[in-house]
Design a protein around this ligand. Structure first.
Ligand code: AMP
Ligand code: GLY
Length: 415
């Protein structure tokens, strides 16, 4: 199978790595890819959110599957354009992707499908905002209605901060605070049916102990030893399948990965958010554990005919990923600093480094080129071993000013 992966981050490096080890993949291309995908795929310089350019490249490569990594191409209609060209695309069309692109749309789907989520109000004026803040009380949860790469959300005890965030956004969703551990569950969907992957946990705050600003994610691990038995079946039955059914009923069948961000509250499972793409960096650990070849699974979604009873196979043990972030991430990440020690890191047994925000400079040096620069993945028979491998590899990497959390999977590993 000839496969094209769109995107340039750690998630896309992980996707390319999983596709590379699938024997059915005969040609692997990335657009634009990154220095980490270069040894395993052919990289093509291209804006992945430009539908015309993507269709032209996919046609020229005679791609039998295009896998869309980030959300921006989805919202720009890349899947729609590939569909019109008859090229199988793993990723929802623009309307279905609105489940991520608009929090208000997601709430509407959840309401219609009876999916458990936080009570919420859509607010457009200051008066509506003040009323909603009164109604729900502290801690306040204020979300930009538009696409903000997971960064448009403020959760705060400080009412003035909540109101100020609302004022800076325009249309916002203000909602009930959900108390409890968070789980990311990815389901592969073909428009009708859905197949779950392994649940994972993400660490959204920048610093140890959950301190500091919200980020795209500073680390992740899977599986979740503490997850209640039956969690995946419950979420498939009460969240994923009802959402997929509702989208199909609205003539916007959902094809791709539906990412359910969940809170396990004392009152039961609640959806925090839906995303229309693989989570980053959770994908890095989930795909590390995947034993089933990935390409045919994604292609079955893209062309229809996914067997809803199919369950992927998983390697025993656990995986942990630690994000190495650039100086000043997330506010204003420093770019251009040289990264060293990757070879030594890749020599740590059970560990390897995925590129998330890197590039080669004019001299061929590997330099930081994004907020989240590297994802160091460690695996082992249990979370403690996976953590040890990941952090040993992290310790061998140098990047001026960089920072990472030291507590990824610490509690879950019994540490
Ligand atoms: P979102 O972009 O909706 O995932 O929000 C980003 C992060 O904000 C989530 O992962 C949660 O940590 C937090 N968050 C969002 N909504 C809520 C909520 N209703 N209650 C508590 N925390 C929330
Ligand atoms: N890891 C969170 C996200 O991908 O939005």
């Amino acid at each position: 199978m000839r496969v094209l992966v769109l995107g340039s981050g750690g998630r896309e490096h992980a996707l390319a790595r999983a596709l590379h080890r699938d024997p059915s993949v005969t040609a692997l291309h990335c657009a634009p890819g990154n220095p980490g995908t270069a040894p395993i795929a052919e990289n093509h310089a291209l804006d992945p959110a430009d539908p015309t350019a993507v269709v032209e490249l996919a046609g020229r490569l005679r791609a039998e599957l295009v896998v869309v990594g980030p959300e921006a191409p989805l919202m720009e209609g890349v899947a729609d354009a590939l569909g019109r060209a008859g090229i199988p695309c793993f990723g929802p069309d623009r309307e279905a992707a609105t489940i991520e692109g608009s929090k208000a749309f997601a709430k509407d789907i959840m309401g219609a499908a009876n999916v458990p989520t936080a009570a919420a109000r859509v607010c457009e004026t200051d008066a509506e905002v003040q009323e909603a803040l009164d109604a729900f009380g502290a801690p306040y949860v204020v979300k930009d209605d538009g696409l903000a790469a997971g960064k448009g959300v403020v959760v705060t005890e400080d009412r003035a901060e909540a109101a100020a965030h609302a004022a800076s956004c325009g249309r916002v969703v203000i909602e009930e605070y959900l108390d409890g551990p968070e789980v990311s569950l990815f389901a592969l969907c073909d428009g009708n049916s859905a197949v779950p992957l392994l649940p994972a946990q993400d660490f959204k705050r920048a610093y140890d102990g959950g301190e500091g600003p919200n980020t795209g994610g500073m680390g992740a691990y899977a599986p979740l030893p503490w997850a209640p038995p039956g969690l995946v079946d419950e979420v498939m039955a009460t969240v994923v399948q009802p959402a997929v059914d509702e989208l199909r009923r609205r003539n916007t069948p959902y094809v791709g990965v539906l990412y359910a961000g969940l809170a396990l509250t004392p009152k039961g499972v609640r959806v925090v958010e839906f995303n229309a793409r693989f989570g980053d960096p959770e994908t890095q650990v989930v795909l590390d554990r995947l034993a089933t070849p990935l390409a045919s699974l994604l292609q079955a979604c893209a062309i229809g005919g996914l067997n809803p009873d199919f369950r992927p196979e998983w390697h025993e043990g656990a995986a942990v990923t630690v994000v190495i972030a650039a100086e000043n991430y997330p506010a204003a990440p420093a770019k251009g600093d040289v990264i060293e020690g990757l070879d030594a890191a890749n020599e740590v047994p059970g560990a390897y480094v995925l590129h998330a925000g890197t590039k080669r400079d004019a001299d061929g040096n590997l330099v930081a080129n994004g907020g989240r620069v590297l994802n160091v993945v460690g695996s082992g028979p249990d979370l403690a071993a996976a953590r040890a491998a990941a952090y040993e590899a992290v310790s061998r990497i140098t990047l001026r000013g960089s920072h990472h959390r030291t507590d990824i999977a610490l509690t879950a590993s019994g540490g």
